[in-house]
Design a binder for this molecule. Sequence first.
Ligand code: ADP
Ligand code: ADP
Length: 230
Amino acid sequence: MPLLSLSHISKSYSEPGSGNVVPVLRDISLSIAEGESVAIVGPSGCGKSTLLNIIGTLDVPDQGEYSFDGTSVSGLSATDLAALRSEKIGFIFQMHHLMPQCSVLENVLLPTLALKIKPAATELQQRAEQLLASVGLKDRLNWKPAQLSGGERQRVAVVRALINQPKLILADEPTGALDEKNAESLTTLLLDLQKTTGTSLVMVTHHPAQAARMGRTLTLHEGTLLGAGT
Ligand code: ADP
Ligand code: ADP
């Protein structure tokens, strides 16, 4: 059984001003297996973020079926969706979105506050320290985001996405604000962590070199998937 599958998903937006309905995703079907790494590529405006947001249950499709980890997402209440997200999905964005007033360690532990069943505080602390050490930030636990470099901040965001041991990591252009060297090492880091933790990784990127390193590439063109989605 795949980790997630989308079946005939469509999504439109009404254009501000004119009210015209503009289709963004058209009849998308795809499956992603446990432990798989997938790149989503395509020109700006083709619907990559919209697709990622639907996979992350942040956005709701107009049509089609979405099932995640054996559950039909369309049947879930907002509360259940929030619980599913915090337990099973880790998010990374182009901007790190770290809380400036919190330390590195506090930032990493923030997603654990949303868990319904929380592991012991000592276990969470240990998990955070281990993950931070694995991304080279062992000595930065008590630093504030502003004291870190851009690459370091994004590594903290990666650890924050992993802290609840999700089944899926969704990354929307995570290297978009980094220089080439930092972008490459962040992708390496994500792929290493994806392999060691066995989580699935779906990454939107417009860098062909980063996409080529993922297990599979999905190409979106005007809201349609080119080639086979499964
Ligand atoms: P990409 O990530 O590939 O650049 P997006 O998924 O962000 O593409 O956007 C696809 C299209 O959907 C764009 O034309 C964008 O303007 C439109 N769109 C995205 N979100 C909204 C929204 N909330 N309301 C109206 N239009 C939107
Ligand atoms: P980047 O080129 O990635 O933006 P920076 O010049 O911001 O890198 O940071 C380079 C190094 O200096 C990093 O290791 C970072 O931790 C350290 N650093 C940056 N700002 C501060 C600060 N305010 N206090 C202590 N160390 C800092």
